[in-house]
Design a protein around this ligand. Sequence first.
Ligand SMILES: [Zn+2]
Length: 303
Amino acid sequence: MANVTKVLALVLSGLLLLTGCAGQGQQEQKPSIVVTTNILADVVTNLVGEQATVHTLMPPNVDPHSFEISAQQAALLQDADLVVSNGLNLEEGLSRQLTAVGEEGVNHFVATDHIELLNVPGTNGAADPHFWTDPARVVQVVDALEKDLKQIPGISTGPLDAATGTYRQKLEDLDAQMLTAFSAIPPAQRQIVTNHHVFGYLAERFDLKVIGAVIPSGSTLASPSAADLASLSGAIREAQVSAIFVESAQPDKLARALASETKIEVKIVDLYTESLSMAGQGAESYLQMMQANTEQISHALRD
Ligand SMILES: [Zn+2]
């Protein structure tokens, strides 16, 4: 009897050891997906769930235009099963490393390769990288991304299809909510001014008019001339714009100076537009960020 128990115990411990090893092995073999922006990383995580390790290069509250990575993060890029980036030079500080990804044959999904592009408002043909401000375009990117994720060994199609279906529905719901909210703003008040040109796609989708941007560029790294600021101040006054929307991660000194120069009452409204917030700040996921912005924009433009 004692012997039987002993044998049983041995067998059991052997089994435990085996399953323990298998678990560890699986973890090591999880595919690695490296994503540049925290917005895209959130989208990717919603699709792959626990099936892959998603490495997010940009932490919350950073400016994606100026963000740079460490040598350690660059090494992650080289070893990735898939690299996901925004493209159109949004990740200006990573351009060298992203070019290397292409040269070394690492699989690379560029989100803006899969949507109908718009030019940055008021520029001559510079393509606008801020596609995520239109949820309908995010759906197009998700559709294309799902195909690339399916090619990664170790990712099962069933759970991926199910998660993608659920997330696609959430994006479509968001799009419908935004349409309802922006339609409720009187057409004459649907005018926006931002810190830099971040809302071109949102404006096109929801029928808002872009009056201008404090930095008249699709990048935060540009700077306005005195003449640019004077002409925007005039445009704001003429159109009776009620608010300037600034990015929480960016200094708003220029926007404040501009608002006071218009001599009319212009609110400065802080939004998270191109980087998610820290937990608890109200924009920790893409869906949350868009819902919060929709609420704040429609509130600012209606009142
Ligand atoms: Zn930007």
